[in-house]
Design a protein around this ligand. Structure first.
Ligand code: NI
Length: 181
């Protein structure tokens, strides 16, 4: 089980590395690690367990944040329309919209505690990768389209794989773009 102590913080060199592709077919170890990352997010969003383990609620967790320099991350959220609970391995961003948006409340990160800020993100993405869907337990190589909140979370997590933190991208010049609640 992952615990808050397993999450590395800004300043740790691993957060700044370009992560390596995960080997395919996926190993048992990488599959299990992905599920552990999903479980961490689920527990962090549950009042009882987050209090018990003193977890900050999180909707995304990338492998580098637990010290593993591999291209994989977990997402766990409801965007108002759809539940997203997945791990993506070796994600590729195939298309991104020109239109930019930002998260109204500002972004935060489990590896940068206590900090938030506005970041411009693409409104729509077409991505592909090996996706483990926690809702139906399927694991397939596929293409998905993400918009608005889901696209923001995806881009934040994807950046971790390239050693980029949201704090690198904070801007004060966001108000002319669309705010996503
Ligand atoms: Ni983050």
């Amino acid at each position: 089980m992952l615990l808050p102590k397993d999450i590395i913080q800004d300043g740790h060199p691993t957060l700044r590395l370009i992560s390596e592709n995960v080997t395919v077919p996926l190993s048992r170890k990488d599959k299990d690690k992905g599920k552990e990352m999903l479980k961490y997010l689920e527990m962090s969003l549950d009042e009882k367990t987050s209090e018990k383990y003193q977890m900050t609620p999180g909707v995304g967790l990338a492998a580098p944040q637990i010290g593993i320099s591999k291209r994989m991350f977990a997402c766990f959220f409801f965007d108002g329309k759809e539940d997203y609970q997945f791990v993506i391995y070796n994600p590729v961003i195939k298309e991104k919209s020109k239109e930019m948006i930002y998260l109204k409340t500002g972004e935060g990160c489990l590896s940068v505690p206590g900090k938030s800020g506005h970041v411009l993100r693409h409104k729509k993405l077409v991505v592909e990768g090996y996706i483990y869907n926690n809702l139906d337990k399927s694991l397939d190589y596929k293409e998905i389209t993400l918009t608005d909140y889901a696209a923001i979370v995806f881009q934040h997590e994807y950046d971790h794989l390239d050693g980029i933190l949201f704090t690198d991208k904070i801007t004060e010049d966001y108000e002319k773009y669309e705010a996503i609640a």
